[in-house]
Design a protein around this ligand. Structure first.
Ligand SMILES: Cc1cc2nc3c(=O)[nH]c(=O)nc-3n(C[C@H](O)[C@H](O)[C@H](O)COP(=O)(O)OP(=O)(O)OC[C@H]3O[C@@H](n4cnc5c(N)ncnc54)[C@H](O)[C@@H]3O)c2cc1C
Length: 187
């Protein structure tokens, strides 16, 4: 079996990226799904840092962006999800972060530690966890901006935001993408 993945790391768990790893309490190796030796023991070849770019079903072959080819008799596509990128003015400014992978968490952790204030856009689970992490890192001035009228409305439609009481929504009305604008604030 060959495991083709475009990230350079051994397969790792993402939950820590918005919690222990972000806060510095969990080391990178502790995120690993399996011991490094497991793959060799099970005769699994790891092709890491390799993006699958071409799939030839007739020839039963996957080719990566760098040109490596892997033949298969069976194949599983498990390419997961991506962060939902904001298409609003200012979204590409320095200081705007997304969170999906380890590198994102490294950058975000450093930015949170150096930040004067923090705005979280998206008050679902990850947004709520990031607000909590930001608070733990000593950034009391954070605000959450969301499309729904309250935090965690999508995953917990029937419950209140009591356990996230220190998250304040910015403005009284829920925001939609077109209503958002990100501006660089002079330091
Ligand atoms: C910060 C964070 C915290 C989370 N916390 C929790 C939690 O507490 N509890 C919980 O239940 N869930 C949590 N989740 C969600 C959970 O991590 C996801 O549900 C899970 O990662 C989905 O696993 P997956 O294997 O389907 O996809 P992914 O983990 O996204 O893995 C897919 C992999 O495929 C790679 N890939 C994509 N395209 C290609 C390509 N063309 N070629 C090669 N490789 C490719 C991607 O880079 C990625 O490494 C969290 C997610 C994040 C981002």
């Amino acid at each position: 079996m060959t495991l083709v993945g475009d990230e350079v790391h051994l397969p790792y768990e993402r939950p820590g990226l918005s919690k222990g790893y972000l806060l510095g309490a969990t080391k990178a190796g502790e995120l690993d799904v399996l011991d490094p030796g497991f793959y060799a023991d099970q005769d699994i070849t790891l092709a890491l840092g390799a993006r699958a770019a071409d799939l030839a079903l007739d020839a039963r072959r996957v080719r990566t962006a760098s040109g490596a080819a892997f033949a298969f008799s069976r194949m599983l596509i498990a390419t997961g999800a991506r962060s939902n990128r904001l298409a609003v003015p200012g979204a590409v400014l320095v200081g705007v972060h997304y969170l999906r992978d380890r590198e994102d968490s490294d950058r975000l952790g450093a930015a949170l530690r150096a930040a004067n204030d923090v705005v979280v856009i998206g008050a679902g689970w990850l947004g709520s966890e990031l607000a909590a992490a930001s608070h733990t890192l000593g950034q009391p001035h954070h605000r959450a901006q969301q499309r729904t009228p309250r935090a965690l409305a999508a995953p917990r439609p029937e419950s209140g935001e009591d356990s996230f009481g220190d998250m304040r929504t910015a403005g009284s009305a829920p925001a939609h993408q077109g209503e958002l604008e990100i501006e660089r604030r002079p330091r």
